[in-house]
Design a protein around this ligand. Structure first.
Ligand SMILES: [Ca+2]
Length: 238
């Protein structure tokens, strides 16, 4: 009997270990039914995500047939070109960024979790040795209420490499983020470089109307890589 209990105990420990391991191996996907079974984690319900193609899992289109500009379906993209009032030095003029909608197959395996936070695709906006300023927005018809806008972004702002390791831009002004929510915006905010940043803002709609939401980003210096990854955005009416 004692032996049977011992074996049962070992079996339980084994099941827990296997369960734990299999849980860690699974990518967490927001909105997936797997979330329900995560232990000891309480995720407050935000309700449905109102953004179209919020995880950038769909296709893309080109602006003006420019192949370097892949814009995710359901989204608009604008960018500055020419004079950069933040720095009059001629090498820091705004230049046209490049944009990509990247599936995991187009990223090295060790960058999948780094840059893809939901589903299988992420958006990358970048320019090597060029200052860039752009915004990615969508316009949708909203009913009255207070909305929460969530923007996740990874500033991949690199000034050089040391033995293959990225040297993140040392000047905090190298990258800025601004959330766009209807008639209002947050002002420019300074993100942490080399990691995922989550920004939130709320806004209120008083009458049913079209509202433009999204985010603007800018890197005022022509550093070696002015890169921005974005994925898993959200608009909720909690
Ligand atoms: Ca995604």
């Amino acid at each position: 009997m004692t032996k049977a209990k011992h074996s049962l105990g070992l079996l339980l420990v084994g099941l827990i270990l296997v369960g734990g391991l299999s849980y860690q191996a699974k990518p967490t996907q927001a909105g997936s039914s797997q979330t329900v079974f995560l232990p000891l984690i309480t995720v407050p319900s935000l309700g449905p995500n109102y953004l179209p193609n919020a995880s950038f899992e769909q296709g893309w289109y080109h602006i003006d047939n420019i192949p370097e500009l892949q814009i995710p379906e359901g989204w608009q993209f604008t960018y500055a070109a020419g004079e950069n009032p933040l720095d009059p030095d001629p090498w820091n003029v705004w230049v046209r960024p490049e944009t990509r909608v990247l599936p995991s197959a187009f990223l090295p395996p060790d960058e999948h979790n780094l840059f893809i936070w939901d589903g299988n695709q992420t958006v990358k906006v970048f320019k090597g040795s060029g200052a860039i300023s752009f915004d990615l927005t969508t316009t949708l018809f909203l009913q009255p209420g207070t909305y929460l806008l969530v923007i996740n972004v990874f500033p991949d702002l690199v000034v050089g490499y040391d033995n293959g390791q990225k040297i993140w831009a040392p000047d905090p002004l190298s990258g800025e983020v601004k959330l766009i929510a209807g008639n209002g915006t947050t002002g420019w905010m300074l993100p942490q470089f080399g990691q995922k940043n989550r920004f939130e803002t709320t806004f209120t709609v008083t009458t049913p109307q079209n509202v433009t939401v999204g985010a603007a980003m800018r890197g005022r210096w022509a550093i070696e890589n002015n890169g921005w990854f974005m994925d898993d955005w959200g608009l909720y009416k909690p």
